[in-house]
Ligand binder design. Structure first.
Ligand SMILES: C[S@@+](CC[C@H](N)C(=O)[O-])C[C@H]1O[C@@H](n2cnc3c(N)ncnc32)[C@H](O)[C@@H]1O
Length: 257
């Protein structure tokens, strides 16, 4: 078992809310019958299977660096779909692909200038790039976590680490795709409105994603202290409404070379 902080059960607590952006991204992707695709940061694999079926690809490879997430993919592999342990940081296919797809994963990879250069370089003529990433770093749920990471004892516990947000504004990706020679493109920012039971559920939401980054850097008792402080600092900033409306911004990017 790996020490990856990704916990499929925590992540899937909001499975329905998290799958809608995937379907919106999938709707942008044009079929590639007989082609080759990769799903970067594929997670537990059920969405990669839907991608594989949608595109009609001959082969689709789901790549993830979390063994814990990949353990759940076993039942989905077959008929040209496979999964492998690997990091997006070293993505460099040996021969050009027809589709590079990534849903809710590239926000974990730094330096998007170099990253998008590499993603584009992995595509052949007519190849498609499809990416969905959260763009919610200006919401109190994210700002509060960043602020707390600068406070003691967390700052020392994480040796000064504070998560830097690599996601750029939507127009930056549009310009980048154009410069990289994509002949067609669609880039948009979309607000997904989620009705959560109460504002407390915002904490459950980020425990499955953003906070995993801090969790893996702290001893469990310190992380428990972090969570308690986070709750104390965040909740007064959120409306005490039931249901609580969690407006979550995401960028959807599609391009064809
Ligand atoms: C929010 S989950 C999304 C999973 C899946 N794409 C989905 O839509 O449900 C992000 C995934 O990206 C993976 N990930 C994060 N950084 C990665 C990296 N550098 N290389 C490969 N996978 C990475 C995580 O392990 C996790 O499974």
């Amino acid at each position: 078992m790996s020490s990856s902080p990704w916990n499929p059960d925590q992540y899937h607590k909001f499975r329905n809310e998290r799958s809608q952006p995937f379907f919106d991204l999938l709707a942008l992707v044009q079929p590639i019958p007989g082609g080759r695709a990769v799903d970067l940061g594929c997670g537990t694999g059920e969405l990669t299977k839907l991608l594989h079926e949608h595109t009609g690809a001959r082969s689709t490879t789901g790549v993830d660096n979390s063994e814990t997430m990949l353990e759940r993919t076993a039942g989905f592999a077959g008929k040209g779909l496979r999964f492998k342990l690997g990091t997006i940081l070293r993505f460099a296919p040996r021969s050009p692909l027809d589709l590079v797809f990534s849903n809710a994963a590239l926000q974990w990879v730094p330096d998007h200038e170099r990253l998008f250069d590499r993603l584009a370089a992995g595509l052949g003529e007519g190849g498609q790039l499809a990416v969905q990433m959260p763009a919610n770093h200006d919401h109190p749920s994210h700002i509060t976590a960043f602020a707390l990471a600068g406070e003691e004892p967390f700052f020392s516990e994480m040796q000064g680490y504070r998560r830097q947000w690599p996601v750029m504004p939507p127009e930056w990706y549009a310009e980048r795709l154009d410069r990289l020679g994509f002949r067609e493109q669609s880039v948009r920012l979309q607000v997904y409105g989620h009705h959560l039971g109460s504002r407390d559920d915002v904490i459950e939401w980020v425990k499955g994603t953003l906070l995993t980054d801090y969790q893996q850097r702290m001893a469990p008792p310190v992380y428990e202290q972090f969570l308690a402080r986070y709750r104390e600092a965040l909740l007064p900033q959120l409306a005490d409404a039931r249901p609580y409306f969690y407006g979550f911004k995401r960028i959807l990017i599609w391009g064809r070379r």
